[in-house]
Design a protein around this ligand. Structure first.
Ligand SMILES: Cc1cc2nc3c(=O)[nH]c(=O)nc-3n(C[C@H](O)[C@H](O)[C@H](O)COP(=O)(O)OP(=O)(O)OC[C@H]3O[C@@H](n4cnc5c(N)ncnc54)[C@H](O)[C@@H]3O)c2cc1C
Length: 392
């Protein structure tokens, strides 16, 4: 890592949002430094469900062959449909549509998926460095770089533009976004994820369980083949705090449900149990652009408030940030006023679905009777089913 020269762009965080931004900007010829506090491959606590639209966005950045090879190696597990189960056990099965360009949706364990994009960023010309960002460097109100810690030493790295893509606990967001705009508990969730090694899976089908003790939230079983699955549950944070019951206990209760228990081949062998937070994109009017910096993905808070899916939105925001960054760097003007169009573009691409999802989550996901009624009546093409299918 060269610390003296000013880079065109420093991207903080090499998850899907950051690595995709690094790919796209490096492909446009910019000098990009991609930082992450972890080396790759690394795990990220997630349900691992990646919709077809996200895969196709990566195809357009030249990743088609890399993804196909990963599928061949059995790392990404293709999906054909989903099952939604209501509190009283009513079931809705729905089929995934292929994406517009013919892709499948996948369960893509992040240890593989994220490394594919991070590798592609390096192959596209970005430099990767394992370093922990401590804070943005601000001079005269403008972000001019990032202070990082690497190999036990502190370095000040300078760049014309900083992309904050360091996820839900982003130090870039916390330093730059006004306090009153930080996410509140009604727009946040907490979730637990584990891998289970001995479950009779429904082949190629993701399962969502909506039941009294978890609403407004759900438990999931997302298969990865050979009797293994990503399993977990999540709940809106304000409700979770009131319950005073741990997510680990809630997962044990889920595994004890007769419909699940009978599918466990050796009693339910779990590994890599971990909890993490989610910030929903339903909180209005948040600032994503600053003089010299743009936020993407979870750092901005672009997770769907009904499904908890955030990978596709992280990639959409990466694509939009690239477009705005390219224009701003060419014009040599990375001021907020010049780049504010990014907030408008994100709004146009994501807000309607955030608003509808939030409405569904707030209105009927709280009431088991209503969920029962809807799941029993619902058809594959209903808005609820389609949201679960396309906004995983
Ligand atoms: C339990 C759970 C289940 C989920 N299930 C799904 C799902 O099935 N499908 C879906 O689409 N979404 C799901 N999500 C949401 C999804 O995980 C996120 O939306 C997605 O990871 C966002 O990508 P990102 O690149 O913005 O952030 P991240 O993937 O969080 O990447 C951020 C990166 O920044 C790095 N970083 C953090 N801090 C620093 C620092 N100070 N310095 C340097 N690097 C740093 C991290 O190491 C990480 O690599 C789930 C989330 C949770 C918590």
């Amino acid at each position: 890592m060269t610390t003296m020269t000013e880079r065109d762009v420093i991207v903080v965080g090499a998850g899907p949002g950051g690595a995709t931004t690094a790919v796209a900007l490096a492909q446009k010829g910019y000098d990009v430094l991609l930082l992450d506090r972890h080396d790759f491959p690394r795990d990220k606590t997630c349900g691992d469900a990646v919709p077809a639209g996200a895969i196709e966005l990566l195809w357009r950045l030249g990743m088609r062959e890399k993804i196909a090879k990963s599928v061949e190696r059995g790392e990404l597990y293709p999906l054909e449909g989903m099952l939604l189960v209501s509190p009283r056990g009513h079931e809705l099965h729905a089929k995934f549509q292929h994406g517009k360009e013919g892709s499948d949706s996948y369960v893509a364990p992040r240890v593989y998926f994220d490394a594919l994009i991070q590798e592609h960023a390096v192959a596209s010309g970005a430099e990767f460095c394992q370093a922990q960002a401590k804070a943005p460097i601000v001079e005269n109100g403008k972000i001019v770089g990032v202070r990082v810690q690497a190999n036990g030493r502190t370095h000040d790295l300078r760049a014309r533009l900083v992309i904050g893509a360091d996820g839900v606990t982003s130090v870039i967001t916390r330093s730059l976004r006004p306090k009153q705009e930080q996410h509140n508990d009604g727009h946040r969730a907490v979730a637990l994820r584990a891998y289970i090694e001995d479950i009779e899976e429904i082949p190629k089908e993701v399962e969502f369980y909506l039941y009294k003790d978890i609403l407004p939230g759900y438990a999931w079983i997302f298969p990865i083949g050979n009797n293994r699955a990503n399993i977990g549950l999540g709940m809106r944070l304000d409700h979770f705090r009131k319950r005073k019951y741990s997510l680990e206990n809630m997962l044990q209760d889920f595994l004890e449900m007769p419909a699940i228990k009978k599918r466990l081949l050796r009693g339910g062998q779990l590994r890599d149990v971990a909890t993490w937070q989610l910030n929903f994109g339903s909180q209005k009017n948040l600032q994503h652009v600053f003089d010299g910096a743009i936020l993407v993905g979870d750092a901005a808070g672009f997770i769907n408030p009904l499904t908890g899916g955030g990978i596709h939105n992280a990639l959409i925001s990466a694509e939009l940030a690239t477009q705005v960054a390219d224009d701003a760097l060419r014009a040599n003007d990375v001021s907020r006023s010049n780049m504010q169009v990014y907030e408008q573009l994100c709004h146009e691409q994501m807000w309607e679905s955030m608003r509808n999802s939030y409405f569904m989550q707030r209105s009927f996901m709280r009431f088991p009777i209503l969920v029962d009624f809807l799941v029993r009546r619902m058809k594959e093409n209903s808005q609820l089913a389609q949201t679960f299918l396309t906004k995983l």
